[in-house]
Each structure stands twice: as C-alpha cells, then as structure tokens.
Design a binder for this molecule. Structure first.
Ligand SMILES: [Zn+2]
Length: 504
C-alpha cells in the first residue's frame, strides 16, 4: 500500500489553530494549514514544520477564498488592480462578462446601454478577446479571473442595427468571434436578451452563434429574457439552448421580479430542480431584495421604489427617488425617462422570502452582480459576501456556515470547472480568507454604498496576501488595506474540457 507523501518540513506561511471550513460542506475542524509558494501543502498538525510567516488563527475561520460567480468587473480589473471592493469581502476569484456584456471584443467611443454599465468608453479598446486577456495577464489584478464572452457585445460589434435578428452573415461573424475567444481562454458565452441590444436575438441565433461553446466544452450563462410574468418560458428557452449546446447553463441572479410574481420562486426552483436531473445547470444570486441596472420603465413599474444611481441627462438626479423626481419636476414617467437617460437605477423589486429560498437552493452560488464604476452603486458591489455571512448565516440561520462557504467556494469551483480551487486541501491553490465568524458584517448600505465590511482579517490569492484588516479587540470599524500583490491569474477552463470529454 502506498503511503501518503510526507508533508514538507518547511513552508512559507502557516496558519496555526484555524477553524478550517474547507469548502466541501464538511463540518469545521481546528487545524494548522501550511502554504508553500502558491499551494497549500499541509492541513492538520504542522507542529514540526518551520515557516517564514506564522499567522495565529485561533478563534478565526479559515476558508477557501470566495468566488464571486457573477460580476461586471471586466474593465475595473484593468484600472483598479487592487480590487478593494472584492478582496475586502474575501473574494479571490471573479467571473466576468455576465449578462451578455463584456468589454471585449469591441472598439467603441459610445457603447450603447447596457454596455456602458461596464465603465467609461475608454475601456472598450480591445479588438479581440485575446487582447483583453493578454492585458490582464501582463498586468494582473489582486483576484483571479474566470472570463466569459458577452453575446450583446458581439451584436454591437457585428450588426449596424440591433432591433432585428442577425442575418446568416452576421451569425457567421459572431460565431467566429466565439471560436476565437474560446481558443484564447473564454470559459463560455453569456447572453442578456432582457436588454435592448439582444432582445431581438432569437433562440436559433443564440444556438448558432454559440456553437463553438459546445466544441470547446464551455458553459452558457444567461440573464433571462424575462424575470417577471414570463419567467417560466424564459427558463425553458435557456434549458433548450443548454441542451442544443450540450453544455451547463448558469441562470444569472435568479429572481422572480414584480409584485405579481412574489412567491413564485417555489415554482421556478421546482422547475430547475426537475431540469437538473436531465442536464447540468446552476444558479447565482445575492442577498438583497433590490436589483440594479440601466433605467427602464418596465422595471420602474414593477418596483415598489426606484433610486436613480446616475444620470447623464440630468446629473442632479443621482441618489434621488424616481417618483419624487416626477412630482418635483412635474413630469410623467416617459418625460422623466427622456430627461434622465442614459441613466441607471436601483429597483426594489423582489420579495425577501424569494431571496431566502433562492439562496438556500442546493445549486445556488453567490454573485455580487455589482456595477463597479457606478458613483452610487447598489451596496452589493462592496457587501455581498459579508452580508450573507452576517444576515443569512448568523442572524437568520438560513443555512449553516459550512453550507454558505461551500456555495461561495467549492460549489462555484465545481460549476466553473476550476481545478484545484475552492477547497482547503493539500495540493489546492492557496486562495484563502481568514475571518471572524461572530463579527463579520457588511457596512455598505443603499444610502452609503462605498463602505468596507468588517471582520475579514486577511485574504491570500495564489499564496500572496492581498488584504489586511487590523482589528483590535472590540473594534468594529477597523481600517483595512489592499496590498499590491497582484497575484491574481486568468484561470484556464481545462477542467471543463476534461469534464466534457469524460462524459462522452
Ligand atoms: Zn444581469
């Protein structure tokens, strides 16, 4: 019988007496964790081992770094490499390019809404997806990146007018871009048929454009065509696309929006649970009953309250309530929309019970869905993961700490096919977060959204420390700082290719 390989005698870093929650869902245990280079080399008793650095982790939880399964950080990664809004939450990997929008491949001085949610036009300077990936590899950020390609971006690039289905020639051009992006390292394609640039795209167009996703063993991620009254046919369309492409489907920021639909998550989750027996799928969500995107009247009408985050047409509207502005300016909905746009808003559109039920669903991962350049963003960009740990786990007890960490790490790593990530085990990459389970808490609010969370003491990406928060006993507002390790990597989709090959 082969004996396990002995632990090395020396490490770069040892966490002593940590409460290890390993990302698999297994119960916590007290252990030392040793790191050498970019990998975890030992978990257990490391008494006989020497290290350059030792962290006394007694009383704190050591978990795999969190995977933010849904972001719009494509451009932010390039210009804010410290990634403070994310590493301060314990996030070590972000999935980019969601909702059909990615910054590449597109060169544009005036990208249409909702592409402008990704940041200023100067970010749209990459003629190929590979150029954007090369830029990230040359000047990496503090987090790892799982890159998706956006179908709306391809439409904006390939089509002179967007309010119709693509022609055969346009489909062929977009399919070529998908192939090139997949070859360059994209994990898959996202769509956002909810949004104007892709609303006229048919199911057949999406299947034809995304054909290389099937060949390359990628994934298909979707902001559904309708998350309100027509949510069931929208889910069914996405399931058909997934079957046609023989690939996993990621249902983005799953919700049932609008008063009439509150409570219907029982129905949609039942449908998704049944479908998951026949084809691979997963969901992401965040812990807030409000969402945020470009300003549009259908969303305003479905919401109990709408907050403008920014407006180019009338900048003074930033931070104001849509209905208060209507009264103040004596305008009806349409006239106010015309005055404000382009603009973005926060919509209070979901029911807390649906949010809780969706978060508890076994196939649900967590994704912030934040809009990083918004001057008054939805607090999810800075607070999602600590909020789950504070509200959903500690206060409301919707799930155990072990289950929440699994959703934040191991489950997401498995769904995106990330090899050797999302768990604490010898041989896994040293993406780690050290936090205080009793004190961790989000501080970002709708009124004051750019606030650091507390209780996240340290974050390591590929073995290098990227976040430090010093917290003297009892201090609630301990200052934190991002450390410029820039040790994040563009991750490879190798495991997905292998998994697909193994299925056939
Ligand atoms: Zn979306």
């Amino acid at each position: 019988m082969a004996s396990p390989s002995p632990a090395p005698r020396r490490a770069d870093l040892i966490f002593r007496n940590a409460t290890v929650v390993d990302g698999t869902g297994a119960a916590r245990r007290i252990a030392d964790v040793a790191v050498a280079g970019d990998r975890i080399v030992a978990v257990g008793d490391c008494d006989g081992m020497a290290a350059d650095h030792t962290v006394d982790a007694a009383g704190r939880v050591l978990a795999p770094g969190f995977i933010d399964a849904h972001t719009h950080d494509d451009g932010y990664l390039l210009v804010h490499r410290d990634m403070t809004p994310k590493v301060s939450q314990g996030i070590t990997t972000v999935v980019t390019g969601n909702c059909g929008i990615s910054v590449a491949p597109l060169v544009s001085n005036a990208p249409p809404q909702p592409l402008d949610l990704l940041g200023p036009p100067a970010l749209f300077r990459f003629d190929t997806f590979a150029q954007w990936l090369d830029t990230l590899r040359t000047a990496p950020a503090n987090v790892n990146v799982v890159p998706l390609l956006g179908h709306s971006t391809l439409r904006v690039r390939a089509m002179p007018e967007l309010d119709r289905p693509a022609s055969d020639a346009e489909i062929a051009a977009m399919r070529d871009e998908v192939r090139l992006a997949m070859e360059a390292g994209a994990f898959g394609v996202s769509t956002g048929t909810f949004y104007p640039p892709a609303a006229a795209a048919t199911e057949a167009e999406i299947i034809a454009v995304c054909a290389p996703v099937r060949t390359h063993g990628g994934i298909y991620s979707t902001h559904l065509r309708d998350e309100t009254d027509a949510i069931v046919p929208s889910i069914e369309e996405a399931l058909r696309i997934g079957r046609a492409l023989d690939c996993p489907v990621v249902f983005s920021h799953h919700k049932v929006a609008g008063k009439r639909n509150h409570g219907r998550s029982a129905e949609t989750l039942g449908l998704l649970a049944d479908a998951a027996r026949l084809q691979p799928l997963c969901l992401d969500c965040h812990p807030y009953p409000a969402t945020s995107t470009m300003l549009r009247l259908d969303r305003v009408r479905q919401s109990t309250r709408t907050l403008i985050t920014w407006s180019t047409g009338y900048p003074a509207a930033g931070g104001r309530d849509f209905h208060e502005l209507m009264q103040e300016l004596g305008l009806d909905e349409d006239a106010l929309l015309d005055k404000l746009r382009p603009a973005a808003a926060i919509y209070f559109i979901m029911d807390e019970r649906d949010v809780a039920r969706i978060a508890q669903f076994p196939l649900t991962m967590f994704g912030s869905d934040g809009l990083p350049f918004d001057p008054r963003p939805h607090p999810r960009q800075w607070g999602t993961f600590p909020r789950i740990l504070a509200r959903m786990v500690r206060e409301d007890q919707l799930m155990t700490l072990e289950a929440a960490i699994h959703k934040m790490s191991g489950l997401a790593a498995q769904q995106y096919g990330l090899q050797d990530r999302g768990r604490i085990a010898p041989g896994a990459f040293a993406d780690l977060v050290l936090f205080d389970a009793q004190r961790v808490r989000d501080r970002a609010t709708f009124a004051d959204p750019l606030q650091l969370s507390t209780g996240i003491h340290g974050v390591w990406v590929n073995g290098a420390r990227v976040w430090e928060q010093s917290a003297p006993a009892g201090a609630e507002d301990a200052a934190g700082s991002a450390l410029p390790a820039f040790s994040g990597r563009v991750l490879r989709r190798l495991a997905i290719a292998n998994r697909s090959a193994a299925r056939h």
